[in-house]
Design a binder for this molecule. Structure first.
Ligand SMILES: Cc1cc2nc3c(=O)[nH]c(=O)nc-3n(C[C@H](O)[C@H](O)[C@H](O)COP(=O)(O)OP(=O)(O)OC[C@H]3O[C@@H](n4cnc5c(N)ncnc54)[C@H](O)[C@@H]3O)c2cc1C
Ligand code: SF4
Length: 329
């Protein structure tokens, strides 16, 4: 495995970055911590001849309770007491990304836009060549769901489900200026599975913003992985809720590690709002989400098992967030 040559650009301002993006259209990737991108480049996975590094853009490193810059390192979030206590699900997700060494370089923006994964894709060039490559890189068919239209690689970032249940938005900058959209709208649910986000050409993530209301919710994140020391999620479940006494006033559940994009399940959870805390309620919410998730067999653990664990993780998360310990009994 080796890196092919590329030209590295390190603009110092947002304006310079946008001008470069215009000039190099279609021939570059943005570079944040590089922990995902450069590993993929070493395996010759859709490498580009130019990289635009975002590390010199000071506004992307700002860190406040309501606004986290895209270039904030996960290790910085891990040590930020105010953010940890305001957003427990986010803190728990950050703690479970990769290893301390990776988190020292990995960024928030890179985690939200981490490439999707598949065991037919995250392989060396020679391994992939032996199968005739695949739709996502260098080939024309999918080995997981045999057809030539769509890729089913799995979204494997840990932060997205946690930020989705906290109603996060993302601030985007590009040739047409600045815009803000809900995090859920960043992901392309109807696409070909290869282009995993809805950023327009040249656009980059500047920051994640969090509403004040998110700080009044209890939240948690649980992750299923093979080796707890550093593996990507085979399933990630985030839950946020607010109780009025023992009555459920607000509920949000999001999953990752199952499909090509992370999802929030508002249509499934809405009917449960207003119910009283009980072990029956927690079981029902988990059971309602289970049939809706659609993992395919392109990661280590089989889809049926991951579906089963989705139900269990949702139930356990609700038990954990229950207003009194007796409520789950
Ligand atoms: C051993 C190992 C274990 C890992 N385990 C996990 C894990 O358990 N969970 C997990 O979530 N991840 C894991 N990762 C993946 C990765 O380390 C993290 O997702 C990390 O947060 C990616 O951030 P980065 O800054 O390094 O992104 P980069 O690698 O720099 O970029 C990732 C992608 O995002 C794009 N990008 C980055 N920032 C921006 C921006 N601001 N605007 C537009 N595009 C942008 C890049 O062009 C690239 O396509 C692991 C990686 C390794 C090497
Ligand atoms: S899901 Fe199919 S197209 Fe996508 S990476 Fe895997 S084998 Fe390739």
């Amino acid at each position: 495995m080796h890196l092919d040559p590329f030209e590295l650009h390190r603009p110092a301002t947002v304006e310079e970055t946008v001008a470069l993006a215009r000039e190099l259209a279609g021939r570059f990737d943005y570079l944040a911590g590089g922990t995902d991108l450069l590993a993929n480049y070493k395996m010759h996975l859709n490498a580009k001849p130019h990289l635009i590094a975002l590390d010199r853009l000071a506004p992307l490193r700002e860190r406040r309770l309501d606004r986290i810059g895209a270039m904030v390192r996960l290790a910085e979030l891990e040590r930020d007491g105010a953010i940890r206590s305001a957003y427990p699900a986010l803190a728990e997700a950050v703690d479970q990304v990769a290893t301390p060494l990776v988190r020292a370089s990995a960024t928030v923006g890179g985690n939200l836009l981490v490439d999707t994964r598949c065991f037919f894709f995250n392989q060396s060039y020679f391994w992939r060549a032996s199968l005739g490559f695949c739709l996502k890189a260098d080939g024309d068919r999918c080995h997981v769901v045999p057809q030539k239209e769509r890729c089913y690689a799995t979204f494997s970032g840990d932060l997205a489900p946690a930020l989705l249940v906290l109603d996060a938005e993302v601030e985007i900058v590009g040739p047409d200026g600045r815009r803000r959209i809900p995090l859920a709208s960043l992901y392309d649910e109807g696409g070909d599975g290869i282009r995993r986000h809805r950023l327009a050409p040249g656009e980059f993530l500047a920051a994640v913003t969090l509403p004040e209301a998110a700080r009044r919710r209890s939240s948690t994140y649980a992750k299923l992985r093979v080796r707890p020391s550093f593996d990507f999620p085979e399933l990630g479940v985030a839950v946020a809720c607010r109780w009025a006494g023992d009555r459920l006033e607000h509920l949000a559940v999001a999953t990752g590690g199952l499909e090509t994009y992370p999802r929030r399940w508002d249509d499934v959870t809405a009917p449960f709002v207003g119910r009283r805390a009980s072990s029956e309620l927690f079981r029902e919410v988990g059971a309602a989400i289970r049939p809706r998730v659609r993992p395919v067999h392109n990661t280590f653990l089989p889809p049926d098992y991951r579906k089963q664990m989705t139900e269990l993780f949702v139930r356990r998360a609700l038990e954990r967030l229950a207003p009194t310990s007796g409520a789950a009994g």
